[in-house]
Design a protein around this ligand. Structure first.
Ligand code: FMN
Length: 196
């Protein structure tokens, strides 16, 4: 497992080779076995391929265009547009896109009680754990993955299209067509503090 953690990279260029249904199921099962608060398992994995993937990517393009025109919540972050467009290109190459939605999730609001906030944040953490499980399982099978935060450019479009709860994240999967170098991490002294 330790080796898999260091071997995993964000893959952004993919071969034009599909992932078999059996292999994809194994990756999704790894996600399902992630821990979650009170074992709520606050996830549904929506696997998107073929024509459906084209529809999802067209919606993502629409969301990015909306921001470029100065509309939507990310309109004020033009420094992110180029990166979002690049991510869209990566998603086009990957044969499989998985959206993780929280069917019981609620839209972000400032009016939550502390208990509601903890509930929602715990569910997002659990979905993050599911995503990392999937990324590591994929790595063990020689399959690359990319975690995609840029879907939030098209939150409204994709949320309506998915038609289920809150869209929390998406990941692309496919066989790598490059061998990305590991990106440097902060030093251990900077991020680890031991208190005795
Ligand atoms: C929450 C989250 C969102 C991310 N969103 C994107 C994205 O939209 N596009 C992209 O190319 N990479 C995205 N990444 C990948 C990060 O850029 C990558 O994990 C980081 O640069 C470290 O590189 P590594 O994954 O190869 O170790 C995301 C990663 C996380 C955890």
């Amino acid at each position: 497992m330790y080796n898999l953690i260091f071997k995993r990279r964000s893959v952004r260029f993919f071969k034009d080779t599909d992932i078999s249904k059996v292999d994809m199921r194994e990756i999704l099962r790894a996600g399902m076995w992630a821990p979650s608060a009170k074992n709520r398992q606050p996830w549904k994995f929506i696997v998107v391929k073929g024509e459906s993937k084209k529809t999802a990517l067209a919606l993502m393009e629409k969301g990015i265009e909306r921001s470029e025109k100065g509309e939507g919540v990310l309109a004020g972050a033009p420094e992110l547009f180029t990166n979002a467009r690049f991510t869209l290109q990566c998603m086009k190459q990957a044969p499989v896109l998985v959206f993780i939605v929280n069917p019981q999730g609620r839209p972000l609001t400032d009016n939550w009680t502390a208990a509601e906030k903890i509930h929602e944040l715990s569910d997002v953490q659990a979905i993050g754990a599911a995503a990392e499980n999937m990324a590591l399982q994929a790595t063990s099978m020689g399959i690359g993955s990319l975690w995609i935060g840029n879907i939030f450019f098209a939150y409204d479009e994709l949320h309506d299209w998915l038609g289920e709860g809150e869209m929390v994240m998406a990941m692309s999967f496919g066989y790598p067509n490059h061998n990305p170098c590991p990106l440097a991490r902060k030093s251990e002294d900077d991020v680890i503090e031991v208190r005795l």
